[in-house]
Design a binder for this molecule. Structure first.
Ligand SMILES: [Fe+2]
Length: 276
């Protein structure tokens, strides 16, 4: 029965812009990353119209060392209203201070509301580095860490889910608001499907996920081999739309690397979401 529910929940989604169809904003090669654009429609009277959100995930600081100045330049150029980090800040604890220093260097001067969630690589060290410490560390660089918590921004209701492999994600129906866009951030897209969130009554929802790394190694005409997700290639990368509710899901390939020390045909990226 659970299997049938999962299949039904997965088939609710269709990929409307995959890896080959993404829109790239100009980002010269020396920067080492791309900027990918998505355009999400909102109702005509929505206060979100014309606003921008920057989304990135899977930094795995230490597997890469992004140029702080180059990143800050791009962020200043985009001037987002919100910045969302989708988890997996680091792979190894020795890079934690450097990773937060990087976040401060890139986003320290931005007025955007900044949100973060936990990734599986972050969550696994909670036994000796408690969530309260993570919250404080994120707060020190201007980010609000959401672990099964919501935060009401200007016309948008953020909800950050805990990471499912190491943590305990949960959300109540009352956390979904009917009067504005709900932005549900979950490191791993599996949990959104398993909970069946797109069926919750409420306003339109935007789901933001990382974790898959877009496969990290992609083959031409095939795409990802490995996504580290239960639904394999179905949620590997891109912009998805729910057939029934018209909610959107964006899965990013992230910035860093794990397991293999390289990416193949799968560039590191920042995502910009334009609300139109
Ligand atoms: Fe990751």
């Amino acid at each position: 029965m659970a299997k049938f529910r999962a299949i039904s929940a997965v088939s609710e989604w269709r990929c409307v812009r995959g890896y080959s169809g993404r829109i790239l904003r100009d980002s010269p090669a020396p920067r080492g990353f791309k900027v990918v654009e998505y355009h999400v429609g909102v109702p005509g009277d929505s206060s979100l119209k014309g606003k921008k959100m920057l989304f990135f995930a899977d930094l795995h600081y230490g597997s890469i060392y992004p140029d702080t100045d180059a990143c800050r330049e791009v962020i200043e150029d985009i001037s987002p209203d919100w910045v969302v980090f989708g988890g997996d800040l680091i792979t190894y604890a020795c890079q934690q201070d450097n990773a937060f220093r990087f976040l401060k260097g890139v986003f320290g001067s931005s007025d955007a509301v900044k949100i973060a969630v936990m990734g599986n690589w972050d969550r696994r060290r909670v036994n000796w580095y408690p969530l309260a410490n993570w919250e404080d560390a994120y707060a020190s660089v201007g980010f609000r860490l959401l672990v099964n918590q919501s935060f009401l921004g200007d016309g948008i209701n953020f909800y950050g889910l805990d990471e499912p492999r190491m943590g305990h994600p949960h959300i109540s129906r009352s956390a979904i608001r009917k009067d504005c866009l709900n932005c549900i951030v979950s490191h791993n897209s599996d949990v959104l499907i398993d909970i069946g969130l797109e069926a919750y009554d409420g306003g339109r929802q935007l789901f933001l996920c990382g974790h898959s790394h877009g496969g990290q190694v992609r083959l031409p005409f095939f795409g990802a081999f490995v996504t580290s997700g239960k639904y394999w290639k179905f949620f590997e990368y891109g912009l998805y739309c729910s057939r029934d509710t018209l909610s959107h899901m964006i899965i990013t390939s992230g910035l860093g690397k794990t397991r293999l020390p390289f990416r193949l045909f799968c560039q590191p990226e920042f995502v910009v979401i334009y609300f139109e």
